[in-house]
Structure formats: structure tokens, C-alpha cells
Design a protein around this ligand. Structure first.
Ligand SMILES: C[S@@+](CC[C@H](N)C(=O)[O-])C[C@H]1O[C@@H](n2cnc3c(N)ncnc32)[C@H](O)[C@@H]1O
Length: 313
């Protein structure tokens, strides 16, 4: 029996990136917005997680589920029961109040609707009922939206957070380099999630801004002011938001140089560019193991291409 149900959500223009992140985290394609897994992933790690249910009981009908809950003698005070829709439209959505009320009566303790100490979730999915402990993505990382230094062209928080997880497959013990860190959008998300992430930035003033951003949130991470070609420490992964080119030959040469050095100092690379560099990346000898595209907003006019690369051919 799977231990968890994950509930995810994303905007249409982020669908492809969310799919890439889920493939990296769960090692398989995820097709639905609610899915089962044996793997326990922190509920706030992915920007696309809404919540996670740790399954305690399952039943084929609601009466059976309520009976099983009663038999468990849940005595704690301050509990709350929530119905979590798994599909759209959810056949039980209209009855959710009646369902949670009936389940609540099966508890021995007292409920709390304002300040619950524990939330239990119930879901109806593929003709079965699931009950368990429900935890929500805290979304506390959204505080980074008001970082002191920002550029309109900086990566969005969701993209920054997702590509870190793609780079590491969710293993927060991995050592990461962001070799073109700009004002540190990826660094902030990395530190928040507990990754060991170092920034490198060629431009002195920009590096100072990244440091100020880290300090603002009390993160201890390092920002090295250097050209990536001078870096020699080795990392598990590199997350590379390439400088925004204007399709000129010299921009392309600069980008390929950065890619070359990122591959020299890391095992796995996630490359992001506003220009489609697929052919060039292959010519460089990198093996593209996965790829995706994310748009800035609903209009889908501004695309960022993402490649996940491993080692040299
Ligand atoms: C697209 S921006 C990164 C933006 C960043 N992800 C953010 O959200 O703020 C690329 C950055 O790479 C830096 N850069 C360009 N060439 C570099 C090089 N050879 N070594 C290190 N940094 C470089 C630029 O100064 C620029 O700040």
C-alpha cells in the first residue's frame, strides 16, 4: 500500500516545469494532480506541492472508514478534519461538510476549527476512501518575493525552487553551485530548503547585491565574486541561469563557455536559457537526460528552456 498521497497544483504555463520536477523527485512521470507514492518528500520542498496526506486508513465506503476511525480511539484535542478533493470535478465535493462532520464524531477528543494542532485529511479517489494526517506546503519561502535586491528579469521563485530540486532530485544533502547567481534568486530558495548552495557571480556590484539578499534573510551562504572559468571546486550539481543573450554570435560563445565550465566543475547540470541551445549543448558533448520549458506568464510569449545534463559524452 502506498503511504502518501501528494496533491499538486500549477499554472498552465508552468505545467511542463512541474512535470520535469515531479519526474526528478519521484523518478517516474506524474500524470495527475493527486498521486500516490511510497516516497516521503517534504511538503514544502516543491513549489507545486499543495499538501501531502500520510495514509493511516483506507476503506471502500465511508461507513467502513468511519468505523475504522472509531476503532482507533483518537483521543487528542485540537484536531481538524478536512476533505481533500483529488480530481476535478470531485464527486464528493458537495458533501464535504457532511463527510468531515461524520468523521469528526468518530473522534474521542475535541475539535479545533481555528487553531488545530493536527489536521486529518480524507479523500475519495478511484472508488476508495483514504484517511490520514494532512500537511500543507507552508509557502513561507514566498517571503523571498520581497528581497531587497531584485531584477525584473530574475527567475521566478517557483522556477528557482523547482530547478534546484531537479538538479538534486530532492536530495538536500547535495552540494550545489549557481555559477551565474545574479542577485541570488536560486541561492535564497536553496538555503531555505536546506541545500548546501554556493553562488558565483562575475560582476562585483551584482555579487554584493546577492550577499545583501542572503544577509537580509539570515542565510550564511557564500557568494564568490569570480568568472566561472576560475572556479575549481567540484559540486554535485550546477544550476545555471545563463545570461540573457540577444542571439548574437558573441553571446552564444559566452554562454557555451559558461556551460563548458559548469560541466567541468559539476556532476549534473540544470541549464536555463531564453534561447534554444539544444544543438549547441549536444555539440559541447553534454548528455541531455531530460528537458522542459517554462513561460513567464499566461501569455506564453517569454519562454525559458531548461536542460538537465549529466557528464560529458
Ligand atoms: C541571467 S543572470 C542570473 C540571474 C539570477 N538567476 C537571478 O535570478 O538573479 C546571469 C548572471 O551571470 C553573470 N555572469 C555572466 N558571465 C559570467 C561568468 N563568466 N561567470 C560568472 N558569472 C557570469 C552575469 O553578471 C549575470 O548576473
Amino acid at each position: 500500500m502506498a503511504q502518501y498521497i501528494y496533491y499538486i497544483n500549477y499554472q498552465d504555463y508552468e505545467a511542463d516545469l512541474c512535470a520535469l520536477e515531479m519526474r526528478a523527485l519521484f523518478n517516474r512521470p506524474i500524470e495527475n494532480k493527486a498521486f500516490f507514492s511510497d516516497q516521503r518528500v517534504d511538503e514544502s520542498l516543491s513549489p507545486y506541492f499543495k499538501s501531502r496526506l500520510e495514509i493511516l486508513l483506507e476503506a471502500t465506503d465511508l461507513e467502513e472508514l468511519i468505523h475504522k476511525i472509531s476503532k482507533k480511539n483518537y483521543t487528542e484535542d485540537g484536531f481538524m478534519v478536512k476533505y481533500v478533493p483529488a480530481i476535478k470535478p470531485d464527486p464528493m465535493e458537495k458533501k464535504r461538510r457532511a463527510i468531515t462532520k461524520a468523521i469528526g464524531y468518530a473522534f474521542e477528543g475535541l475539535p479545533s476549527f481555528d487553531h488545530p494542532v493536527i489536521i486529518y485529511g480524507v479523500t475519495y479517489y478511484n472508488s476508495k476512501w483514504y484517511f490520514g494526517v494532512l500537511v500543507y506546503n507552508t509557502m513561507l519561502w514566498k517571503k523571498h518575493m520581497s528581497k531587497p535586491n531584485s531584477y525584473s528579469s530574475s527567475l521566478g521563485l517557483n522556477t528557482a525552487k523547482a530547478i534546484l530540486n531537479v538538479a538534486t532530485q530532492g536530495d538536500t544533502s547535495k552540494k550545489i553551485i549557481d555559477p551565474c547567481c545574479g542577485v541570488g534568486t536560486v541561492l535564497l530558495e536553496g538555503h531555505y530548503s536546506g541545500y548546501d548552495v554556493t553562488g558565483c557571480e562575475i560582476n562585483y556590484k551584482v555579487a554584493m547585491k546577492a550577499r545583501e539578499n542572503l544577509k537580509h534573510y539570515g542565510y550564511k551562504g557564500q557568494v564568490i565574486q569570480k568568472d566561472i572559468k576560475e572556479m575549481d571546486e567540484y559540486y554535485d550539481a550546477a544550476v545555471v541561469d545563463l545570461p540573457y543573450g540577444n542571439f548574437s554570435k558573441s553571446d552564444e560563445v559566452d554562454m557555451m563557455n559558461i556551460i563548458h565550465h559548469a560541466a567541468r566543475i559539476s556532476e549534473r547540470q540544470v541549464l536555463i536559457s531564453t534561447i534554444d541551445l539544444t544543438m549547441k549543448i549536444r555539440e559541447e558533448g553534454l548528455v541531455v537526460v531530460d528537458q522542459s520549458v517554462v513561460y513567464k506568464n499566461r501569455s506564453k510569449r517569454f519562454a525559458r528552456y531548461i536542460w538537465v545534463c549529466e557528464g560529458l559524452n
